[in-house]
Design a protein around this ligand. Sequence first.
Ligand code: NDP
Length: 453
Amino acid sequence: MSTRIINPANGQLAYSIELMDAAAIEAVLAQSQRAFAQWSAHSLQHRGQLLRQVGHELRERKHDIQRIMTTEMGKLRKEAIAEIEKCAGACDYYADHAAELLADKAIATDGSRSYVRYEPIGCVLAVMPWNFPLWQVFRFLAPALMAGNVALLKHASNVPHCADVIADVLREAGLPPGVLGVLHIDNDQAAEVIRDPRVAAVTLTGSERAGRSVAANAGQQLKKSVMELGGSDAFIVLEDADLDSTVTAAVASRFGNAGQTCIAAKRFIVVEAIADAFIERFVAAASRLRLGDPQDDATSLAPMARQDLRDELHRQVLASVEQGAVVLLGGQPDSSHAGYPATILDRVVPGMPAYEEELFGPVASLLRVAGEVEAVKVANDTRFGLGGSVWTRDAARGERIAGQLQVGAAFVNAIVRSDVRLPFGGAKQSGFGRELAEHGIHEFMNIKSVYVA
Ligand code: NDP
């Protein structure tokens, strides 16, 4: 069966691939198993040298890779280049820091020697989404490879060319075949792969629906899984916020990547005393965003990645408006293939899709609250718990509120973003497990206690 990828900016055919049959999947699994024996036996220094070379290849080929990303899922040229550079930076970071992150950890006991040792577990299946088609993969892959594991990539079905180009970059950098095996498979085939004894664990970034299915399959096989799922991050604007920087951040966080970011600010919880001033500036700034060709640097709002995703977002907007939300900006699909304009909904209240669900596109929900206490209550009134931010001139007050948010990442006067030095992951229905940093690199390792009497 072949899959045809449609360029979301113009509706034209961008790429097509054949799904793999059982024999092709078997060949990838067998190669992965052979690769693990070889890769895990290399020194950290050798793995680090090759990973740095991957970073170098990414930088060398960034313009070609960018065009592939933009053609497949519509990302703005500038955003794609920044994403590729972030991946290269992650390769450098884990090459530089793996020795310290993976060093044996001495623990004082009554034995003569006791310590914790970190050992690779084998082949990890990565089920990845289309929204950051390179970064989501490298966020998992760079630490996993330094840990001595190998990976299988089942990328989202609308970004197969990105999957192929990642494998090609690793090959060009000199990594042995099979260290990353790409599987062009559907979700039923992915379930079979999870059942295969050669697969040790699974990581998934994507929707709750996908997470429930993949985590259940992994659990059935008693295999470890990490789930990075959706979010509906609060962006709390207190009455003492600096409006200039807050509005700039609000626009960047909500409308960057056409709003298709798990840690984008989605619910703007604004204290009544500053609400009208904030909203007036926010609407003015968002109205200047220009939807158009993502390859053109004059465009500041990308199309969404697929027409069906745009249609689903519009359904959520219409249902919210029917229940009383007020459209301050946008709200009508563009005539282009998958474009949706910057949209701001005011008077969002419980029960509306804009309050209860993740809006995975360029739509901001405004929620007005009386003060700090209600802001925290509303921020936590969601099944999601990925990130959240607080905007105030009083950093200590911001930090105190950050401590009350039920999320995996709380930022004060800064946009929530992933950073190779900090663990990344969610609370509540946003998932479990962590990526990045010390916590992330240890997720797919055998944490072995060694005790010598
Ligand atoms: P999905 O969650 O369906 O896709 C993410 C990945 O999971 C893809 O590789 C997909 O494969 C795979 N997948 C989906 N279902 C299964 C399954 N049953 N078994 C194995 N793999 C599976 O995202 P969509 O493209 O459908 O986007 C829909 C919504 O998901 C968005 O509106 C947003 O809310 C959320 N989302 C959140 C992301 C985040 O970063 N938190 C990222 C992407 C989406 P395939 O493409 O072949 O179906």
